[in-house]
Write a protein of this length. Structure first.
Length: 155
């Protein structure tokens, strides 16, 4: 492969009438590949807890620290949730459906990590409620809120 090609970002997609390219970015394609690999591993009876711990171990130090702590909080607040990965991220499921997940800041080059909840989480309050939270650090107050949200989401 030439040095020119090694530095060029590949982007598959289609060109619109205005000449813009649409499609998945390299990071989005990598996430989709991770998802398909996870589905295959789960179907083959892989140890999904170990997969989750491996993904956490690969994270940069700051995100790894938060992910480890969130793993402890989730597994103690809602021990019935099944640890697994989801699009390459640590996640926790109930009856095979992801309830919550942690996304490292590095994953999509964001300025903060994210704790997210799927639509199967029982967080409904009124006509509008948050489904994800930005995390720059884990304070005692944030940990208490996470614990409360996870317990509610897993019921």
């Amino acid at each position: 492969m030439s040095p020119q090609k090694a530095t060029t970002k590949s982007r598959k997609g289609t060109t619109t009438a205005r000449g813009k390219t649409e499609g998945l970015t390299a990071d989005e394609r990598a996430a989709m590949k991770a998802y398909l690999k996870e589905k295959k591993a789960a179907a083959q009876g892989a140890d999904m807890l170990q997969e989750l711990l491996d993904r956490i171990a690969e994270m940069p130090a700051k995100d790894r620290s938060m992910a480890k702590r969130i793993h402890e909080i989730v597994t103690t607040a809602a021990p019935s949730l099944e640890p697994r990965t989801w699009y390459g991220m640590p996640a926790y499921a109930k009856d095979g459906k992801v309830i919550c997940f942690f996304q490292s800041a590095e994953k999509f080059k964001a300025r903060y990590a994210t704790l997210g909840f799927s639509d199967t989480a029982k967080l409904d309050t009124g006509a509008m409620w948050p489904t994800s939270f930005a995390l720059k650090e884990l304070t005692a107050q944030a940990e208490t809120k996470i614990r409360t949200l996870v317990k509610r989401a897993a019921r």
